[in-house]
Design a protein around this ligand. Structure first.
Ligand code: MC0
Length: 142
């Protein structure tokens, strides 16, 4: 069951400048940073609030580490902006299977490693009314 907005992924050209914008404008501080080589991103997670399922909601700022990554290609075509939304679940495997059964393309056969040790998969944007959609089970949930 999807129980929270886990994060909104925002593609940017310069992570440090974008982090500074969110700090100076809204007062949001960096909760976590990492490089995910498999996904080709350097990212900063800004925690916005805790959620009633024991998780949290974040803004995820994403800078590509290579031009041929998903975020690199998207930035070249669209410029900066909202890249994806992510729903949190205690069981990404079960939710991905259920959604696949409804005819939506799930991009990975098995969930991969996401931010902060989470397990993630993606739904094809063309099957989700133009929205690249991620499913996340956080490390504390698995
Ligand atoms: C591409 N499209 C999008 C989109 N990316 N539509 C909405 N939102 C996006 N973010 C559209 C394109 O405009 C195009 O439509 C069509 O999908 C095919 O795109 P493409 O440019 O030809 O690129 P593909 O097909 O090679 O790849 C698209 C696909 C890919 C969604 C399959 O980006 C992917 O595998 N994404 C999942 C992984 C990912 O995004 N990783 C980065 C975040 P038209 O109409 O022009 O044909 S990593 C992350 O977030 C992790 C670290 C975490 O949360 O923990």
């Amino acid at each position: 069951m999807l129980t929270r907005i886990d994060h909104i992924g925002i593609a940017c050209f310069d992570l440090d400048k974008t982090v500074e914008f969110y700090r100076a404008t809204y007062g949001f501080e960096v909760h976590h940073t990492e490089i995910n080589e498999e996904q080709g991103v350097r990212e900063a997670m800004l925690k916005i609030n805790e959620t009633s399922d024991g998780g949290a909601s974040y803004l995820q700022l994403l800078e590509p580490t290579r031009e041929d990554s998903a975020v690199g290609k998207w930035l070249a075509k669209n410029g900066e902006g909202v890249h994806h939304i992510a729903f949190g679940t205690a069981d990404v495997d079960a939710d991905a299977a259920g959604i696949r059964g409804k005819g939506v393309r799930v991009l990975y056969d098995e969930p991969r490693t996401g931010s902060m040790g989470s397990r993630i998969t993606f739904l094809h944007p063309k099957d989700c009314h133009g929205v690249l959609t991620e499913l996340v089970t956080s490390a504390t949930e698995h």
